[in-house]
Ligand binder design. Structure first.
Ligand code: CMC
Length: 434
Protein backbone atom coordinates (compact mmCIF):
# COMPACT_ATOMS: atom_id res chain seq x y z
CA UNK A 1 0.00 0.00 0.00
CA UNK A 2 1.53 3.41 -0.95
CA UNK A 3 1.97 6.07 1.76
CA UNK A 4 -0.88 8.18 0.43
CA UNK A 5 -4.37 6.76 0.71
CA UNK A 6 -7.91 7.95 0.97
CA UNK A 7 -10.35 6.37 3.44
CA UNK A 8 -13.86 5.86 2.18
CA UNK A 9 -16.83 4.87 4.30
CA UNK A 10 -19.68 3.36 2.31
CA UNK A 11 -22.77 4.65 4.09
CA UNK A 12 -24.83 1.88 2.51
CA UNK A 13 -22.92 -0.82 4.42
CA UNK A 14 -20.89 1.08 7.02
CA UNK A 15 -17.71 -0.54 5.63
CA UNK A 16 -14.48 1.42 5.43
CA UNK A 17 -12.02 1.12 2.55
CA UNK A 18 -8.45 2.34 2.08
CA UNK A 19 -7.89 3.43 -1.52
CA UNK A 20 -4.31 4.13 -2.65
CA UNK A 21 -3.48 7.51 -4.16
CA UNK A 22 -0.77 7.49 -6.83
CA UNK A 23 0.39 10.66 -8.58
CA UNK A 24 -2.58 12.57 -7.23
CA UNK A 25 -5.10 10.07 -8.59
CA UNK A 26 -7.06 7.09 -7.34
CA UNK A 27 -7.40 4.11 -9.65
CA UNK A 28 -11.00 3.82 -10.79
CA UNK A 29 -10.59 0.01 -10.74
CA UNK A 30 -9.89 0.24 -6.98
CA UNK A 31 -13.47 1.46 -6.51
CA UNK A 32 -14.74 -1.94 -7.61
CA UNK A 33 -13.97 -3.42 -4.23
CA UNK A 34 -16.62 -1.08 -2.77
CA UNK A 35 -19.70 -3.22 -3.04
CA UNK A 36 -22.95 -3.95 -1.26
CA UNK A 37 -22.51 -7.67 -1.96
CA UNK A 38 -25.78 -7.43 -3.87
CA UNK A 39 -26.21 -8.34 -7.53
CA UNK A 40 -24.64 -5.09 -8.71
CA UNK A 41 -20.93 -4.95 -9.44
CA UNK A 42 -18.63 -2.73 -7.40
CA UNK A 43 -18.73 1.04 -7.42
CA UNK A 44 -17.96 2.78 -10.70
CA UNK A 45 -16.94 6.36 -11.38
CA UNK A 46 -19.15 8.31 -13.79
CA UNK A 47 -17.42 10.89 -15.98
CA UNK A 48 -19.08 11.17 -19.41
CA UNK A 49 -16.74 13.78 -20.87
CA UNK A 50 -13.59 12.79 -18.94
CA UNK A 51 -13.89 15.98 -16.91
CA UNK A 52 -11.75 14.57 -14.12
CA UNK A 53 -10.46 11.24 -15.37
CA UNK A 54 -6.84 10.65 -16.37
CA UNK A 55 -6.92 8.06 -19.15
CA UNK A 56 -3.15 7.55 -19.35
CA UNK A 57 0.27 8.50 -18.07
CA UNK A 58 1.99 10.74 -20.55
CA UNK A 59 5.40 12.40 -20.81
CA UNK A 60 4.59 14.40 -23.95
CA UNK A 61 2.71 17.60 -23.19
CA UNK A 62 2.12 19.50 -19.96
CA UNK A 63 -0.72 22.00 -19.57
CA UNK A 64 -1.57 24.12 -16.55
CA UNK A 65 -4.88 25.66 -17.56
CA UNK A 66 -5.09 28.00 -14.58
CA UNK A 67 -1.68 29.55 -15.25
CA UNK A 68 -1.85 29.39 -19.06
CA UNK A 69 1.18 27.08 -19.37
CA UNK A 70 1.79 24.77 -22.33
CA UNK A 71 5.01 22.76 -22.65
CA UNK A 72 6.08 20.06 -25.09
CA UNK A 73 8.44 17.58 -23.37
CA UNK A 74 9.17 20.29 -20.80
CA UNK A 75 9.95 23.13 -23.23
CA UNK A 76 7.65 26.19 -23.00
CA UNK A 77 5.58 26.72 -26.15
CA UNK A 78 6.76 30.34 -26.32
CA UNK A 79 10.43 29.22 -26.66
CA UNK A 80 9.64 26.55 -29.22
CA UNK A 81 7.52 28.95 -31.29
CA UNK A 82 10.33 31.48 -31.33
CA UNK A 83 13.42 29.31 -31.73
CA UNK A 84 12.43 25.97 -33.31
CA UNK A 85 10.98 24.71 -36.54
CA UNK A 86 7.88 22.56 -36.88
CA UNK A 87 9.96 19.53 -37.90
CA UNK A 88 12.20 19.95 -34.82
CA UNK A 89 9.08 20.06 -32.67
CA UNK A 90 7.66 17.00 -34.44
CA UNK A 91 10.91 15.15 -33.66
CA UNK A 92 10.77 16.35 -30.05
CA UNK A 93 7.21 15.16 -29.56
CA UNK A 94 7.88 11.74 -31.06
CA UNK A 95 11.44 11.04 -29.87
CA UNK A 96 11.31 12.87 -26.54
CA UNK A 97 14.34 15.13 -27.21
CA UNK A 98 15.18 17.82 -29.74
CA UNK A 99 17.33 16.47 -32.58
CA UNK A 100 21.07 17.16 -32.76
CA UNK A 101 22.44 18.36 -36.12
CA UNK A 102 22.89 14.86 -37.57
CA UNK A 103 19.51 13.66 -36.36
CA UNK A 104 17.86 16.78 -37.75
CA UNK A 105 19.43 16.32 -41.19
CA UNK A 106 18.32 12.71 -41.35
CA UNK A 107 14.80 13.47 -40.06
CA UNK A 108 14.23 16.38 -42.45
CA UNK A 109 15.69 14.41 -45.36
CA UNK A 110 13.43 11.42 -44.67
CA UNK A 111 10.30 13.54 -44.34
CA UNK A 112 11.19 15.47 -47.47
CA UNK A 113 11.54 12.22 -49.42
CA UNK A 114 8.24 10.73 -48.27
CA UNK A 115 6.04 13.60 -49.48
CA UNK A 116 4.90 12.00 -52.73
CA UNK A 117 1.57 10.20 -52.94
CA UNK A 118 0.97 7.02 -54.92
CA UNK A 119 -0.47 8.06 -58.30
CA UNK A 120 -3.66 6.08 -57.57
CA UNK A 121 -4.37 8.46 -54.72
CA UNK A 122 -4.84 11.20 -57.31
CA UNK A 123 -7.58 9.09 -58.89
CA UNK A 124 -9.18 8.70 -55.48
CA UNK A 125 -9.14 12.49 -54.99
CA UNK A 126 -10.44 12.97 -58.54
CA UNK A 127 -13.49 10.95 -57.53
CA UNK A 128 -14.64 13.52 -54.99
CA UNK A 129 -17.12 16.24 -55.98
CA UNK A 130 -15.56 19.61 -56.81
CA UNK A 131 -17.22 21.06 -53.69
CA UNK A 132 -16.15 18.25 -51.35
CA UNK A 133 -14.96 19.67 -48.04
CA UNK A 134 -11.16 19.22 -47.98
CA UNK A 135 -11.34 17.88 -44.43
CA UNK A 136 -13.64 15.10 -45.63
CA UNK A 137 -11.19 14.41 -48.46
CA UNK A 138 -8.27 14.35 -46.01
CA UNK A 139 -10.03 11.93 -43.68
CA UNK A 140 -10.92 9.62 -46.59
CA UNK A 141 -7.47 9.70 -48.17
CA UNK A 142 -5.54 9.20 -44.93
CA UNK A 143 -7.74 6.17 -44.16
CA UNK A 144 -7.22 4.86 -47.69
CA UNK A 145 -3.44 5.10 -47.29
CA UNK A 146 -3.58 2.12 -44.95
CA UNK A 147 -4.45 -0.01 -47.99
CA UNK A 148 -1.35 1.28 -49.79
CA UNK A 149 0.91 0.43 -46.86
CA UNK A 150 -0.15 -2.94 -45.46
CA UNK A 151 3.14 -3.02 -43.51
CA UNK A 152 1.58 -0.33 -41.31
CA UNK A 153 -0.22 -3.15 -39.49
CA UNK A 154 3.10 -4.17 -37.95
CA UNK A 155 2.60 -1.83 -35.04
CA UNK A 156 4.75 -3.96 -32.72
CA UNK A 157 7.90 -3.27 -34.78
CA UNK A 158 9.76 -0.06 -33.98
CA UNK A 159 11.11 0.25 -37.55
CA UNK A 160 7.65 -0.04 -39.04
CA UNK A 161 6.19 2.49 -36.61
CA UNK A 162 8.95 4.94 -37.49
CA UNK A 163 8.37 4.50 -41.22
CA UNK A 164 4.62 5.13 -40.91
CA UNK A 165 5.28 8.18 -38.72
CA UNK A 166 7.58 9.61 -41.43
CA UNK A 167 5.05 8.82 -44.13
CA UNK A 168 2.15 10.43 -42.28
CA UNK A 169 3.96 13.65 -41.33
CA UNK A 170 5.36 13.91 -44.88
CA UNK A 171 2.16 13.18 -46.80
CA UNK A 172 -0.40 15.23 -44.86
CA UNK A 173 0.50 18.53 -46.61
CA UNK A 174 0.46 16.81 -50.01
CA UNK A 175 -3.01 15.36 -49.41
CA UNK A 176 -4.23 18.72 -48.12
CA UNK A 177 -2.87 20.67 -51.10
CA UNK A 178 -4.17 18.11 -53.62
CA UNK A 179 -7.64 18.30 -52.03
CA UNK A 180 -7.54 22.08 -52.48
CA UNK A 181 -6.28 21.94 -56.09
CA UNK A 182 -8.98 19.42 -56.95
CA UNK A 183 -11.66 21.75 -55.55
CA UNK A 184 -10.50 24.68 -57.67
CA UNK A 185 -9.79 22.61 -60.77
CA UNK A 186 -6.05 23.23 -60.82
CA UNK A 187 -3.52 20.52 -61.74
CA UNK A 188 -1.82 18.97 -58.71
CA UNK A 189 1.52 20.62 -57.88
CA UNK A 190 4.16 18.11 -56.82
CA UNK A 191 6.41 18.58 -53.79
CA UNK A 192 9.59 20.61 -54.16
CA UNK A 193 12.39 19.05 -52.11
CA UNK A 194 14.40 22.30 -52.02
CA UNK A 195 11.80 23.97 -49.82
CA UNK A 196 11.06 23.76 -46.10
CA UNK A 197 8.06 21.81 -44.83
CA UNK A 198 5.91 24.97 -44.66
CA UNK A 199 7.41 26.46 -47.83
CA UNK A 200 6.74 23.29 -49.79
CA UNK A 201 3.14 23.26 -48.59
CA UNK A 202 2.67 26.81 -49.89
CA UNK A 203 4.29 25.64 -53.15
CA UNK A 204 1.86 22.73 -53.53
CA UNK A 205 -1.05 25.05 -52.77
CA UNK A 206 -0.22 27.92 -55.09
CA UNK A 207 2.41 27.08 -57.67
CA UNK A 208 1.00 28.01 -61.07
CA UNK A 209 3.05 28.19 -64.27
CA UNK A 210 6.30 29.52 -62.81
CA UNK A 211 9.25 27.13 -63.01
CA UNK A 212 10.09 27.59 -59.36
CA UNK A 213 7.73 28.70 -56.59
CA UNK A 214 9.36 31.00 -54.03
CA UNK A 215 7.35 31.33 -50.81
CA UNK A 216 7.23 34.65 -48.98
CA UNK A 217 9.57 34.22 -45.98
CA UNK A 218 7.21 35.93 -43.50
CA UNK A 219 4.21 33.83 -44.52
CA UNK A 220 6.31 30.65 -44.55
CA UNK A 221 7.55 31.40 -41.03
CA UNK A 222 4.03 32.29 -39.81
CA UNK A 223 2.69 28.98 -41.10
CA UNK A 224 5.54 27.09 -39.44
CA UNK A 225 4.78 28.80 -36.10
CA UNK A 226 1.07 27.99 -36.42
CA UNK A 227 1.91 24.34 -37.04
CA UNK A 228 4.11 24.34 -33.90
CA UNK A 229 1.27 25.83 -31.82
CA UNK A 230 -1.10 23.11 -33.01
CA UNK A 231 1.35 20.20 -32.74
CA UNK A 232 0.00 18.66 -29.53
CA UNK A 233 -2.40 19.43 -26.73
CA UNK A 234 -2.27 16.36 -24.49
CA UNK A 235 -5.54 14.41 -24.08
CA UNK A 236 -7.84 16.51 -26.26
CA UNK A 237 -10.76 14.97 -28.12
CA UNK A 238 -8.81 13.85 -31.22
CA UNK A 239 -5.77 12.61 -29.26
CA UNK A 240 -8.17 10.58 -27.17
CA UNK A 241 -9.66 9.11 -30.35
CA UNK A 242 -6.15 8.37 -31.69
CA UNK A 243 -5.28 6.50 -28.51
CA UNK A 244 -8.62 4.68 -28.37
CA UNK A 245 -8.37 3.46 -31.98
CA UNK A 246 -4.68 2.68 -31.48
CA UNK A 247 -5.55 0.65 -28.38
CA UNK A 248 -7.40 -1.77 -30.66
CA UNK A 249 -4.09 -2.18 -32.56
CA UNK A 250 -5.47 -0.63 -35.75
CA UNK A 251 -2.81 0.70 -38.11
CA UNK A 252 -1.75 4.35 -37.67
CA UNK A 253 -3.31 5.52 -40.97
CA UNK A 254 -6.74 4.31 -39.83
CA UNK A 255 -6.20 5.78 -36.37
CA UNK A 256 -5.09 9.14 -37.83
CA UNK A 257 -8.16 9.23 -40.08
CA UNK A 258 -10.34 8.71 -36.99
CA UNK A 259 -8.48 11.41 -35.06
CA UNK A 260 -8.89 13.80 -38.00
CA UNK A 261 -12.62 13.03 -38.03
CA UNK A 262 -12.81 14.10 -34.38
CA UNK A 263 -10.83 17.25 -35.18
CA UNK A 264 -13.31 18.10 -37.95
CA UNK A 265 -16.04 18.86 -35.38
CA UNK A 266 -16.93 22.54 -34.81
CA UNK A 267 -16.24 22.24 -31.08
CA UNK A 268 -12.68 21.07 -31.78
CA UNK A 269 -10.52 21.81 -34.85
CA UNK A 270 -13.50 22.92 -36.90
CA UNK A 271 -13.83 25.97 -34.63
CA UNK A 272 -11.40 28.18 -36.60
CA UNK A 273 -13.54 27.79 -39.72
CA UNK A 274 -16.62 28.74 -37.69
CA UNK A 275 -14.82 31.75 -36.21
CA UNK A 276 -14.40 33.16 -39.70
CA UNK A 277 -18.02 32.46 -40.61
CA UNK A 278 -19.04 34.15 -37.37
CA UNK A 279 -16.89 37.25 -38.03
CA UNK A 280 -18.45 37.53 -41.48
CA UNK A 281 -21.92 37.17 -39.96
CA UNK A 282 -21.15 39.96 -37.46
CA UNK A 283 -20.19 42.01 -40.52
CA UNK A 284 -18.98 45.24 -38.91
CA UNK A 285 -17.46 46.59 -35.72
CA UNK A 286 -20.67 48.48 -34.90
CA UNK A 287 -22.68 45.24 -34.77
CA UNK A 288 -20.38 43.61 -32.19
CA UNK A 289 -22.33 44.60 -29.02
CA UNK A 290 -25.59 43.27 -30.50
CA UNK A 291 -23.87 39.98 -31.39
CA UNK A 292 -22.40 39.59 -27.89
CA UNK A 293 -25.90 40.17 -26.50
CA UNK A 294 -27.20 37.24 -28.57
CA UNK A 295 -24.39 35.05 -27.24
CA UNK A 296 -25.24 36.08 -23.67
CA UNK A 297 -28.86 35.15 -24.19
CA UNK A 298 -27.76 31.61 -25.07
CA UNK A 299 -28.71 31.91 -28.75
CA UNK A 300 -25.25 30.69 -29.79
CA UNK A 301 -21.67 30.33 -28.64
CA UNK A 302 -18.92 32.77 -29.41
CA UNK A 303 -16.68 30.61 -31.57
CA UNK A 304 -12.98 30.80 -30.70
CA UNK A 305 -13.81 31.51 -27.07
CA UNK A 306 -13.59 29.18 -24.10
CA UNK A 307 -11.54 26.10 -23.43
CA UNK A 308 -11.92 22.98 -21.36
CA UNK A 309 -8.56 23.49 -19.64
CA UNK A 310 -7.49 27.12 -20.12
CA UNK A 311 -9.54 29.22 -17.77
CA UNK A 312 -7.43 32.42 -17.73
CA UNK A 313 -5.81 32.61 -21.13
CA UNK A 314 -4.66 30.31 -23.92
CA UNK A 315 -0.89 30.84 -24.33
CA UNK A 316 -1.17 29.90 -28.00
CA UNK A 317 -3.63 32.74 -28.62
CA UNK A 318 -1.06 35.26 -27.29
CA UNK A 319 1.65 34.02 -29.69
CA UNK A 320 -0.79 33.94 -32.59
CA UNK A 321 -1.75 37.56 -32.07
CA UNK A 322 1.89 38.59 -32.62
CA UNK A 323 2.15 36.41 -35.73
CA UNK A 324 -1.06 37.99 -37.04
CA UNK A 325 0.54 41.43 -36.89
CA UNK A 326 3.59 40.23 -38.88
CA UNK A 327 1.42 38.57 -41.52
CA UNK A 328 -0.94 41.51 -41.92
CA UNK A 329 2.03 43.79 -42.46
CA UNK A 330 2.79 41.74 -45.58
CA UNK A 331 -0.71 41.02 -46.79
CA UNK A 332 -2.47 44.23 -45.79
CA UNK A 333 -4.97 44.80 -43.00
CA UNK A 334 -8.08 42.66 -42.76
CA UNK A 335 -11.42 44.25 -41.76
CA UNK A 336 -12.19 40.94 -40.05
CA UNK A 337 -9.28 41.57 -37.67
CA UNK A 338 -10.95 44.81 -36.56
CA UNK A 339 -14.18 42.93 -35.86
CA UNK A 340 -12.25 40.20 -33.99
CA UNK A 341 -10.35 42.75 -31.89
CA UNK A 342 -13.57 44.55 -31.00
CA UNK A 343 -15.32 41.25 -30.22
CA UNK A 344 -12.48 40.31 -27.90
CA UNK A 345 -12.54 43.73 -26.22
CA UNK A 346 -16.31 43.70 -25.65
CA UNK A 347 -16.43 40.06 -24.56
CA UNK A 348 -13.57 40.38 -22.08
CA UNK A 349 -15.42 43.20 -20.29
CA UNK A 350 -18.75 41.40 -20.29
CA UNK A 351 -20.08 39.83 -17.06
CA UNK A 352 -21.15 36.66 -18.80
CA UNK A 353 -17.68 35.95 -20.22
CA UNK A 354 -15.93 36.96 -16.99
CA UNK A 355 -18.22 34.72 -14.91
CA UNK A 356 -17.80 31.77 -17.27
CA UNK A 357 -14.04 32.40 -17.57
CA UNK A 358 -14.17 32.53 -21.36
CA UNK A 359 -11.10 33.84 -23.20
CA UNK A 360 -10.00 33.72 -26.84
CA UNK A 361 -8.51 30.33 -27.67
CA UNK A 362 -6.00 29.32 -30.34
CA UNK A 363 -8.68 29.33 -33.02
CA UNK A 364 -9.82 32.89 -32.53
CA UNK A 365 -6.92 34.48 -34.41
CA UNK A 366 -5.48 31.58 -36.41
CA UNK A 367 -8.27 31.85 -38.99
CA UNK A 368 -7.48 35.51 -39.63
CA UNK A 369 -3.85 34.61 -40.38
CA UNK A 370 -4.83 31.70 -42.60
CA UNK A 371 -7.23 33.89 -44.53
CA UNK A 372 -4.61 36.62 -44.93
CA UNK A 373 -2.13 34.04 -46.28
CA UNK A 374 -4.79 33.08 -48.81
CA UNK A 375 -6.28 29.85 -47.47
CA UNK A 376 -10.03 29.45 -47.98
CA UNK A 377 -11.95 28.80 -44.74
CA UNK A 378 -12.58 25.16 -45.64
CA UNK A 379 -8.82 24.58 -45.40
CA UNK A 380 -8.57 25.80 -41.80
CA UNK A 381 -9.29 22.49 -40.04
CA UNK A 382 -7.02 20.79 -42.58
CA UNK A 383 -4.17 23.07 -41.53
CA UNK A 384 -4.89 22.21 -37.92
CA UNK A 385 -4.72 18.50 -38.83
CA UNK A 386 -1.33 18.89 -40.53
CA UNK A 387 0.02 20.56 -37.39
CA UNK A 388 -1.54 18.04 -35.02
CA UNK A 389 -0.30 14.93 -36.84
CA UNK A 390 3.03 14.61 -34.93
CA UNK A 391 1.12 15.00 -31.65
CA UNK A 392 -1.36 12.28 -32.59
CA UNK A 393 1.49 9.97 -33.58
CA UNK A 394 3.42 10.65 -30.38
CA UNK A 395 0.28 9.92 -28.34
CA UNK A 396 -0.43 6.80 -30.38
CA UNK A 397 3.08 5.40 -29.94
CA UNK A 398 3.22 6.24 -26.24
CA UNK A 399 -0.09 4.43 -25.72
CA UNK A 400 1.10 1.36 -27.60
CA UNK A 401 4.32 1.13 -25.59
CA UNK A 402 2.64 1.70 -22.22
CA UNK A 403 2.38 -1.64 -20.36
CA UNK A 404 -0.57 -0.29 -18.33
CA UNK A 405 -2.68 0.33 -21.46
CA UNK A 406 -5.23 -2.13 -22.82
CA UNK A 407 -7.97 -1.83 -25.39
CA UNK A 408 -10.05 1.22 -24.40
CA UNK A 409 -13.38 0.04 -23.13
CA UNK A 410 -15.34 2.35 -20.82
CA UNK A 411 -18.11 1.17 -18.53
CA UNK A 412 -21.66 2.50 -18.73
CA UNK A 413 -24.67 3.08 -16.53
CA UNK A 414 -27.46 1.21 -18.24
CA UNK A 415 -30.68 3.24 -18.40
CA UNK A 416 -32.72 1.12 -20.82
CA UNK A 417 -35.67 -1.17 -20.15
CA UNK A 418 -35.33 -4.22 -17.88
CA UNK A 419 -35.63 -7.61 -19.58
CA UNK A 420 -38.84 -7.97 -21.63
CA UNK A 421 -40.07 -10.34 -24.30
CA UNK A 422 -41.43 -10.26 -27.81
CA UNK A 423 -45.22 -10.81 -27.98
CA UNK A 424 -45.97 -14.52 -27.62
CA UNK A 425 -42.40 -15.46 -26.71
CA UNK A 426 -41.92 -17.07 -23.31
CA UNK A 427 -38.87 -16.23 -21.23
CA UNK A 428 -36.13 -18.88 -21.46
CA UNK A 429 -35.54 -20.26 -17.97
CA UNK A 430 -32.63 -18.61 -16.21
CA UNK A 431 -32.54 -15.48 -18.37
CA UNK A 432 -35.43 -13.65 -16.80
CA UNK A 433 -34.74 -11.16 -14.04
CA UNK A 434 -38.09 -12.33 -12.69
N1 CMC B 1 -19.58 31.19 -25.95
C1 CMC B 1 -20.57 31.36 -25.05
N2 CMC B 1 -20.71 30.58 -23.97
C2 CMC B 1 -19.82 29.62 -23.78
C3 CMC B 1 -18.77 29.40 -24.68
C4 CMC B 1 -18.66 30.24 -25.80
N3 CMC B 1 -17.67 30.08 -26.69
N4 CMC B 1 -18.02 28.35 -24.25
C5 CMC B 1 -18.59 27.92 -23.13
N5 CMC B 1 -19.68 28.69 -22.84
C6 CMC B 1 -20.54 28.56 -21.68
C7 CMC B 1 -21.46 27.36 -21.81
O1 CMC B 1 -22.66 27.69 -22.44
C8 CMC B 1 -21.63 26.97 -20.38
O2 CMC B 1 -22.54 27.87 -19.78
P1 CMC B 1 -23.55 27.42 -18.61
O3 CMC B 1 -22.70 26.86 -17.52
O4 CMC B 1 -24.26 28.67 -18.25
O5 CMC B 1 -24.43 26.38 -19.21
C9 CMC B 1 -20.27 27.25 -19.74
O6 CMC B 1 -19.70 28.30 -20.55
C10 CMC B 1 -19.35 26.06 -19.72
O7 CMC B 1 -19.24 25.59 -21.07
P2 CMC B 1 -19.02 24.10 -21.46
O8 CMC B 1 -19.50 23.90 -22.86
O9 CMC B 1 -19.57 23.20 -20.39
O10 CMC B 1 -17.43 24.03 -21.38
P3 CMC B 1 -16.57 22.87 -21.99
O11 CMC B 1 -15.30 22.88 -21.22
O12 CMC B 1 -17.33 21.61 -22.07
O13 CMC B 1 -16.35 23.36 -23.49
C11 CMC B 1 -15.47 24.33 -25.43
C12 CMC B 1 -15.19 23.90 -24.00
C13 CMC B 1 -14.16 24.76 -26.09
C14 CMC B 1 -16.05 23.15 -26.23
C15 CMC B 1 -16.48 25.51 -25.41
O14 CMC B 1 -15.92 26.60 -24.70
C16 CMC B 1 -16.91 25.93 -26.81
O15 CMC B 1 -17.82 25.33 -27.37
N6 CMC B 1 -16.24 26.99 -27.39
C17 CMC B 1 -16.55 27.41 -28.74
C18 CMC B 1 -15.90 26.46 -29.73
C19 CMC B 1 -14.39 26.66 -29.78
O16 CMC B 1 -13.88 27.76 -29.86
N7 CMC B 1 -13.66 25.53 -29.79
C20 CMC B 1 -12.20 25.53 -29.95
C21 CMC B 1 -11.51 25.03 -28.73
S1 CMC B 1 -9.75 25.35 -28.81
C22 CMC B 1 -9.18 24.30 -30.05
C23 CMC B 1 -9.22 22.89 -29.65
O17 CMC B 1 -8.60 22.50 -28.65
O18 CMC B 1 -9.84 22.11 -30.39
Amino acid sequence: MPDETISVIDNRTGRRYEIPIRDGAIGAADLQKITTDGPAAGLMSYDPAFLNTASCRSAITYIDGERGILRYRGYPIEELAQHSTFLDVAYLLIQGELPDATQRDEWVDKITHHTLLHENIKKLIDGFHHDAHPMGVLIGVVGALSTFYPDAKEIGKADSRRLQILRLIAKMPTIAAFAYRHAIGMPYAYPDNDLTYAGNFLNMMWKATELKYRPNAVLEHALDVLLILHADHEQNCSANVMRAVGSAHSDPFSATAAAAAALYGPLHGGANEHVLRMLREVGSVSRVPEYVKRVRSGEMKLMGFGHRVYKNFDPRAKIIKQVADQVLEVTGKSPLLDIATELERVALQDDYFIKHRLYPNVDFYSGIIYLAIGFPVEMFPVLFAIGRTPGWLAQWQEGLLDPEQKIARPRQIYTGPAERHLPGVRAVAGTSAG
